[in-house]
Design a protein around this ligand. Structure first.
Ligand SMILES: Nc1ncnc2c1ncn2[C@@H]1O[C@H](COP(=O)(O)OP(=O)(O)OP(=O)(O)O)[C@@H](O)[C@H]1O
Ligand SMILES: [Mg+2]
Length: 563
């Protein structure tokens, strides 16, 4: 930063070379007729200009390095905030990174260079006053007019720029969805519709941009006219002063050069305002994303848990849904216990698992892992103890080995293979074209549904997980796969893990130690399988068998019975 300022000072001082050269040539060389003086002055001027070019290059280099450093410093913070903040349902905020990129481009642009030169403009005006007050007055008036036009041009475009930026984000999100599911879009015959949808959104981006540009260009044209007129006025004033013998001809030339040097950047500032406004908008969003990360305090690392989970009067509401998605859920699972969660579609089973995985926070009540509420655990530490298989498996691209170990840098091959063997996926993986090094494609789209599920299982069993959460792990498995799954779960149980499974199929109930029955977000029963399973899951539940006793739940059960 210090060097950037130093170079800016040098560049602007060297800008005075040309006006002083012309004063010297006109007032000294022409009057004296000395060719040596002319040669000497020219050599000095040439040297100064070479230096100026060097400083300019060095400054822009420093600026672009600074910009890269700026992005490198903030990108991890912004990305982390995006990961922590996204609730995992695709509403991530990847555009914060795009904003950061925009800021980097801005920081290394000519706009910043011209903004850096702006503080020297008053010095030029001062020199003009020194040459003759008239010049100074003309430059001052011109600067005020041009700056005012700059402010106006920013003001007329401000709303449009903000609007365009929001629309651009919506268009980008739509585009991501379309490209991501392009196969589906084609198969369903939606290609034309998808293109139209994107173009509509894109038009919403373009029309404010066009409107803003039109206004800014109109103001720019007027500004150019004003500037040129002022330059003409300055020459006319200079000529008049020469005729009155108030100044020498050299100062006429010098002043017209200096006035141009002052007013031209002022005019440039009009377009700089626009870039500045856009960068400011981006900066606000980056700041909003980074701020929570910067104040986040470090969590104390707790000792490795045994795997005891206690869910107590836990209620979960969503901003968009009026009634709670889960209400008054209370149960406990101990290490070496298999809890099976059942209930009709939309009961809140997947939501419960997401909450238990710490992806979501309960609105009321608590979920504790070994006495500590989930939100009191350090997120990365907690992740090491929880194996989670979401309902839609969600494999990260890369190789099979990478899909199992995730971003765990310490993962050894033996750990990966152990997890695969545990999930009985080892042989299946070896039968893939390149075994563990097989590329699985984006989201694992080069694998079959059952293969994806088995690799997802291996991932859930990877490492020393104490709490294993499986959301319909057998949805895509054949009977053989289901059998393998049961023995894998029993082995996890044998080594002391707590396993919570959501399922619609009866097979897994045979290995359950306890069953949790949910319906419409309420807990209908929790207890030994024989006790809970006395009635079928899908048929209307007659009188709810209430295990947990709390008002929230009673209200819900009462409503249930009434219905
Ligand atoms: N992100 C969300 N926004 C709004 N509502 C949601 C969201 N996620 C879940 N829900 C609602 O919460 C309820 C429970 O959803 P959940 O996915 O937990 O059901 P589920 O029991 O797992 O069903 P299934 O057996 O079909 O998987 C549903 O009514 C669903 O519409
Ligand atoms: Mg579900």
């Amino acid at each position: 930063m210090v060097w950037i300022v130093a170079f800016s000072v040098s560049i602007n001082v060297l800008l005075l070379v040309l006006p002083f050269y012309s004063i010297e040539v006109f007032d000294r060389v022409i009057s004296s007729g000395s060719v040596e003086t002319l040669v000497g002055l020219t050599v000095i001027a040439a040297f100064a200009l070479v230096f100026s070019a060097c400083f300019d290059t060095l400054r822009s280099r420093l600026l672009s390095r600074f910009a890269v450093r700026f992005e490198r410093y903030l990108a991890p913070i912004v990305l982390e905030s995006t990961i922590v903040d996204a609730t995992g349902r695709g509403d991530g905020r990847a555009h914060d990174l795009a904003n950061l990129r925009e800021l980097r481009t801005f920081l290394s642009s000519n706009t910043v260079a011209s903004l850096l030169d702006a503080p020297f403009l008053p010095a030029f005006i001062f020199i003009l006053f020194f040459l003759h007050p008239w010049y100074g007055v003309i430059a001052l008036i011109g600067s005020v007019i041009l700056l005012a036009m700059g402010v106006v041009s920013r003001w007329v475009a401000k709303a449009e720029i903000a609007q365009a930026q929001h629309a651009a984000q919506a268009a980008q999100a739509a585009l991501d969805g379309i490209v991501r599911h392009s196969g589906l879009v084609r198969a369903m015959g939606w290609t034309k519709g998808a293109v139209r949808e994107f173009m509509d959104l894109n038009d919403q981006t373009l029309s404010p941009v066009v409107r803003a540009s039109e206004r800014v260009y109109a103001i720019g044209a007027v500004a150019r006219m004003v500037r040129t007129m002022l330059q003409v006025a300055a020459i006319a004033a200079g000529a008049w002063l020469v005729l009155q013998n108030e100044v020498l001809a050299g100062s006429l030339i010098a002043s017209s050069i200096l006035i141009a040097r002052t007013l031209q950047p002022m005019e440039g500032l009009i377009s700089a305002w626009r870039a500045l406004a856009s960068a400011h908008e981006a900066w606000k969003q980056v700041q909003a994303a980074a701020a929570p990360m910067l104040v986040r305090s470090r969590r104390t690392l707790l000792p490795s848990p045994s795997g005891r989970v206690e869910v107590k009067r836990m209620t979960y509401r969503m901003a968009t849904v009026q009634r709670p998605v889960l209400a008054g859920v209370t149960f406990e699972c101990r290490p070496s216990e298999i809890v099976v969660v059942i209930g009709p579609t939309g009961a809140g089973k997947s939501t419960l698992l997401r909450l238990m995985a710490g992806l979501e926070r309960p609105s009321a009540g608590t979920i504790r892992l070994d006495d500590a509420a989930l939100q009191d655990w350090d997120a990365d530490q907690l992740g090491q103890f929880i194996g989670y298989l979401p309902q839609d498996v969600q494999l990260l691209g890369g190789t099979v080995a990478e899909a199992i170990a995730g971003f765990d840098e310490d993962a050894g091959d033996e750990d990966i293979i152990a997890a695969a063997v545990h999930a009985q996926a080892h042989e299946m993986i070896l039968s893939l074209p390149a075994g563990y090094q097989t590329e699985i494609g984006r989201d694992g789209n080069r694998l079959s549904g059952g293969q994806r599920q088995r690799i997802g299982l291996a991932r859930a069993f990877f490492g020393n997980r104490k709490l294993i959460l499986l959301d319909e792990p057998n949805a895509n498995l054949d009977p053989e796969g289901e059998q393998a799954l049961c023995s894998a779960i029993e082995r996890a149980k044998a080594r002391g893990a707590t396993v919570v499974i959501v399922t619609h199929r009866p097979r897994l109930l045979t290995i359950a130690d306890a069953v949790l029955l949910l319906r419409d977000g309420g807990q209908l029963a929790f207890g030994a399988p024989a006790e809970v399973l006395r009635r079928p899951v899908t048929s209307p539940v007659p009188k709810p068998h209430v295990v947990s006793v709390n008002t929230e739940h009673q209200k819900l059960s009462a409503r249930e019975t009434a219905r």
